[in-house]
Design a protein around this ligand. Sequence first.
Ligand code: GUN
Length: 295
Amino acid sequence: MSAKIIDGQKISEEIQAELSKEIETLKNQYGITPGLAVVLVGENPASQVYVRMKNKACHKIGIYSEQHTMPADTKEADVLKKIDELNRDDRIHGILVQLPLPSHIDEQKVINSILPEKDVDGFHPVNMGKLLIGLDGFKPCTPYGVQKMLVHAGIPVSGAHVVVVGRSNIVGKPVANILLQKQENANATVTVCHSRTKNLAQLTTQADILIAAIGMPEMITADMVKEGAVVIDVGVNRVDDPSSGKGYRLVGDVKYDEVSKKCKAISPVPGGVGPMTITMLLYNTIQAAKNKAAV
Ligand code: GUN
């Protein structure tokens, strides 16, 4: 069996075309241009790439975006000051602080300082709390993108056994909670596994939908996957590859070649979840602008 490829790039283009139209309407009918501020502290090469891609995507669909790049030795107080300015700036509807932050900065303190109504990453405790309870708020972009991707690929979630491998605040915990909700496109039975889980393969082989968000290159092998399962690979890992021009290549958390022969559908890396994360950031930013204007 050869798996259907869940093309996150194509799904993203479809959603972004809709978002573009929505921005036109906001501009023409209400005089609103959604605005995003991206804060990058330090020189993490992967973060630099992500931030560039986020700004480019904003530009492409008509969202105003500005980037605030701060050196790696920036004091925590200065990052908090920058966020305070952006919280007060009327052109800015969404604020995103690219993670990870340098180790001398308390990440949670920085996240807590963003106004929940501008927290388009959905990482603020208020938005995380709303997600847990099932109230409207901003949902983190990667997990929200995974849900949208499943919907667009026509994969039923209700009643399915979803096994999430990974318990990060950015992906594992929120994706488990999004798919668990008593809501449309959710209602899954969810199991969350992590580095201390015993007999991991015994659990992952029970998954109708397996979500890999561990951050370990090609850790999920074919023997860990049930025949006919759906596999969503959230991992983006750089592995050394002297034969590539950059000296590295990107691989997911799933051993794609062998798993794709066994499963029903699989999201590739790159071109799977990555583009969906960016798309949901655009979606959340537009939502923030609409919420502010009450339209
Ligand atoms: N680092 C890795 N993923 C993300 C994300 O979705 N948002 C932010 N701000 N930082 C990240």
